[in-house]
Each structure stands twice: as structure tokens, then as C-alpha cells.
Design a protein around this ligand. Sequence first.
Ligand code: PPS
Length: 557
Amino acid sequence: MPKTDAQPRLHAVPELDWALTPRQLCDLELLANHAFAPLTGFMNRTDYESVLANMRLANGQLWPMPVTLDVPETFAARLDKDAQVGLRDAEGVLLAILKVEDIWRPDRKEEAEAVFGTTETTHPGVFALLERSHDHYIGGQIELVQRPLHYDFPHLRHGPDELKAEFQRRGWERVVAFQTRNPMHRVHQELTFRAAREVEANLLLHPVVGLTQPNDVNHFTRVRCYEHLLAHYPEQTTMLSLLNLAMRMAGPREALWHALIRRNYGCTHFIVGRDHAGPRNTRTGESFYPPYAAQELLAEHQQEAGIEMVPFREMKYAVNRAQYVPVDELQADEPVREISGTEVRRRLSEGLEIPEWFSYPEVVRELRRTHPPRARQGFTVFFTGLSGSGKSTLANALQVKLMELGGRQITLLDGDIVRKHLSSELGFSKEHRNLNILRIGFVASEITKNGGIAICAPIAPYATTRREVAEMIRPHGGFIEIHVATPLEVCEARDRKGLYKKARAGIIKEFTGISDPYEAPETPEMTIDTTNIAPDQAVQKILLKLEHLGYLSSQSR
Ligand code: PPS
């Protein structure tokens, strides 16, 4: 059982406090428990620049990933060198004190290029860096006051010292670690078996439970799945431990980083597969990194890293042998079966069979508990478009139609309703609009999570904010974006509220489409121009779409 520091040590009272973001909180934990050794704090500028340029700290030690503390300019401006900053969790608990060595404004595009090899914000790590992180970094040593507390799965959380002691207690000298952010199925079990056998080592299943990709299966579900799978490993040979890492999805650099972290946990070997920690470009569907780039980088550095890579080859289920076989050991034309991650999600969402050769029934059952078929999931229909485009009319008509079908709880979050009940103090500056949309997103995600239907109809003019809303909702259910693309001329000619006239006269400032931008969605689920279509016809189209996507059950048709 991991220790908790019940008696915080005495420490100086920090001059300023910083509430850590979820990413920073994960980083702090791994800095404090030495999983990020040789780092002893958030990076200063020299180390940061050296890591970007050479994958090494300024003293030459191998380290591929920036570990920085980002803060807004307003906060940075209040700091002097040598200031002490209290690092607190979301509840305000003081976890550590940062002794500031450096305060600087990084070139985050340069960082994206160096670490991720791209500045494309369709890359989740680049998006987090360029669109979600603050524009100043503060670096310095940290003094731990209290370890971050975890209430979930405490029996499976170990720091490096605890894990090393556990290996020693079990007499494990050679340990091969398996990293994952996904549920594990039989193919993963087979490849971990083979890896352990190949290098004659014990096996550590070391899944990441900190921050992974927004649409990943949540770690609570995954850990229950891993526990079921563990029962299928020979006792005494395999161990499960959770790693509270915030992944960056940086492909090759990330793989090397993962290996160094596992070395710090006392592992001697590390499994690296195809496209390790490489995300797909959501626009093109292509991987950001060549499939074996991670293995190549690790092969180059493994000796210096002090941990040996076990590269694994792709495996497929050979039907006639009733077992998984590496693809290069398959006979020509040998019949194989495979089910991709996307196909697993489709089968779960449609309530279809997932065969036993692919996954153990207990694991599938666990996944089904959190991923019921779409017809039993909540969803959000998110209309976006100019004022007067017909969003509210469609949203109202859709609500009524869904109520007529019956059996579902529906909430309408129309632009005007929200501005009255949730955002009455907000105006129409970019900042206020974003706040307004994020509030709508928060409420809609709660409704979706609890199996309800949220219909939102704000203007929502900015693409990145809409994306953020989608990311808040998608892990919990459906997010259907509908662009009400009625042209500006038509909206202006309608001018039901007389606002366009006022906007043209300059009486209303920052008016969307006139004196403020509207960024049209690039890939909405539907586009509806209400110029020549009656609301009930448009709503029929939406209902068909929802049915096609599987969100309306056959009983409610
Ligand atoms: S936003 O950008 O999404 O926060 O806007 P939203 O909350 O949907 O706006 C709600 C209604 O506010 C009226 N209104 C304005 N719209 C755009 N720009 C400016 N400056 C503005 N001032 C007031 C407008 O009638 C919006 O309602 P709809 O239903 O879209 O016409």
C-alpha cells in the first residue's frame, strides 16, 4: 500500500499560490516521487532549450521531454527570481513549493516543432500546447509538502521506490514493462507473454492513468479490465501498477521518455510496439509518425538510457491454429482474424458481439457497463450558426419531436435561455463568448453523462471553443454538431430582433457576421441552410441522422 505523508513537514509560507492544472498535477507527482529523475523540479530555461534542441538536459543527460510549469503573463509578472510559489491542487491543498529560478515566455510553436515534429493542432499534444497552455513558464526546484492523494485504486499505485522494493521482495531481477493507455485484450496478453518469455523476465503491466487522449476509455473502466485480465496470467509472474503520467502523445520522443521513466521504476526491459504513443491526425486519418520511428529512436539510445527495448511485432489471430501469431511467422494465405479499436467501439455502441478469441468475456462485460449501446447513451445536439439563422426554431422543433417520440429526458440550452439563466453577467467579447459556450458545454456534458439529451443552440462562433466542448462531451456520449449555415444576407434580411440594423449602425458592437468573426465548422455532422427548407422538414432530416447514428432506439421510432 502506498504511503501517504500524514505529517506534512514544516515549510516556509509561500508568497504566491498557483492552482495546478491536471497536467501539472501529474507532472508534480512524478517529479516528487523521482519517476522523472534526474529532474528535481520544473525545468529552467537552459534545460528546456537544451531538451528541445538535443533531447538532453544542459548537463548532457538524456531527457527528451520538456516538463514545464506554464502560467499566464499576469501571474508571471507578479514573480521575481527566487520567489517561492505554493503549488496547490484543485481543492487548494498545498502540495509543494517551487523556488523560482527562471521566468520566461517560450516560443511554443518552436517547442511543438521540436517535440512533436509538427505545429498542426489536430495533434492532441500540439493542441494542448498551443491552444490550452499558458504563455509563460516558470522553472525551479520543488520542495514536496504533501503527496497528491488518490482515492481510486490505492492498492495499485506505487512510486519508484515502492515498486523497486516490491520487485526485490518478490525476487524479480529482470522486469519487462508494458505501457498502455487502452483496454487490454488477448492480443496484448499474448504479446506480453512472448516478450517476457523472450527476455526471461517478469512482467509489469504499467498502464497510464493520468492524462491520455480525450476519447480514450476512462481509467476506472480500464483498471477494472486490467484486473480481470491479470487473473489470466500465471500467478507470481506478473504485476499490475498504475502510472499517473500525463501523456503528450509525442511518438518517438515519448517512447524514449516512457523508457527512462520505467528505468526509474526499476524495470530492465521495456516493450515498444508499432506507432508507440503516436496519435492520428483527425483530419487525414494518417499517423503523425512513421510506424517504427519510436523503435528506431529507442534502439539508438537504449544503452545510454539504461533499459533494454523489447520491440514487438504485430500479431494476428491465426484461425486454423486458434492462437495469436506474429505476422512474419504466418504462412502465406493463412486465414487470420482481427478487430480494430474502431471496430470494438462500433460493436460496443451497437451492442454487437465481441468474440472470445478477441477478448475475455469479463473484460467485454466491463467495457459494456460503461459503453452501453448508443440507443441507451446520452447525446448532445449542438446547433451553431449566425444570429437569425434558425438555430432556435430548429432546436425547439427538435425538442418537441423528441418529446413526441417519448422515453427520454431532454434539456434545451438555447442561446437566449442560457444568457438569461447561466450567463446573465456576460457580454459578447471573445473571452465572454468562450466562457458562455464552455458553460453550455459543461452543462451539456453532465446531461449527456447521465443519459439525457441536451439540445444547444448558441452562435458559438469560434472553432477551438466548439472543439473543447466536443471533447468535454464525447467521452460521455454523442456529440452531433449541426451547422445552421443560412447565409448572412438571409439572416440580415430576416432581422427578427432588429439587431442587424443596430449592428450596421454601430449601436451594437462586436456583432457576429458584421463586426465579429464566425468560423464555420469544417466537419459538422450536418449542415442545414434554412433559406428554403421548412423547420419540420429540417427536423425530419436531423431525426434520420440521429437514427442512422444509432442514438434513437427502435422502440422510440
Ligand atoms: S455566443 O457568441 O455563442 O456567446 O452568442 P449567444 O449567446 O448564442 O448569443 C445569444 C443572442 O444574443 C444576441 N446578441 C448578439 N449576438 C451576436 N453578437 C452580438 N454582439 C450580440 N448582442 C446580442 C443575439 O440575438 C443572439 O441570439 P440568436 O438567437 O443567435 O439570434
